[in-house]
Design a protein around this ligand. Structure first.
Ligand code: NI
Length: 180
């Protein structure tokens, strides 16, 4: 297992559509294990594959931040029958230092596949539902800041620009080191 580099706002991979997982091979198992490790290392509650530069429909969630054993892996998520809405403050490992209230569905029926290829389905609500919606968004290139009001977006404009710059610099450096 290894830590993966978490992509920062401005990295184009965060805007890409992830593809469904057709076959659970060694690469998928490895990336899932690495994502869990990366999630724990960053004290996050959720991490989607795009955030580590891998555009397959995989995300990991760990609603109990303090418990570093409880992470779950979901492949090919589907959200059905979203009901009601609630407002909750969100953050994102790809958008450090920014938190904001986001309105989302409060509950829904969730379907996905686990790492053994078993179909999973349950009714999601509360914090787990919130994380699932946030991570499912990542897999279609959507970020929580996309939901903010124009006024709030304007207030965060400089901070987001800074992140874009930082993301660009890190990417350049990474490319250079990869080229040797
Ligand atoms: Ni996120």
């Amino acid at each position: 297992m290894a830590l993966r580099r978490v992509r920062i706002y401005g990295d184009p991979v965060l805007r890409e559509q992830a593809e469904p997982v057709i076959e659970i091979d060694k690469e998928i198992e490895e990336i899932a294990a690495d994502m869990i490790e990366t999630l724990y290392a960053n004290d996050g509650v959720g991490l989607a594959a795009n955030q580590v530069g891998f555009t397959k429909q995989i995300f990991v969630v760990n609603p109990h931040e303090d418990d570093q054993k409880g992470a779950m892996v979901f492949l090919n998520p589907v959200i059905r029958m979203p009901k009601e809405t609630s407002v909750m403050e969100e953050g994102c490992l790809s958008i450090p230092d920014i938190r904001a209230d986001v309105k989302r569905a409060k509950e829904f029926d969730f379907e996905a596949m686990d790492l053994d290829g078993n179909k999973i389905s349950f009714h999601a609500e509360g914090l787990l539902a919130r994380i699932i919606l946030h991570e499912s968004d990542h897999l279609r290139g959507v970020l929580f800041v996309d939901y903010l009001s124009p006024v709030r977006k304007l207030m965060l404009k400089d901070q987001l620009k800074e992140l874009e710059k930082r993301s660009h610099i890190v990417r350049e450096r990474f490319l250079q080191s990869a080229l040797g």
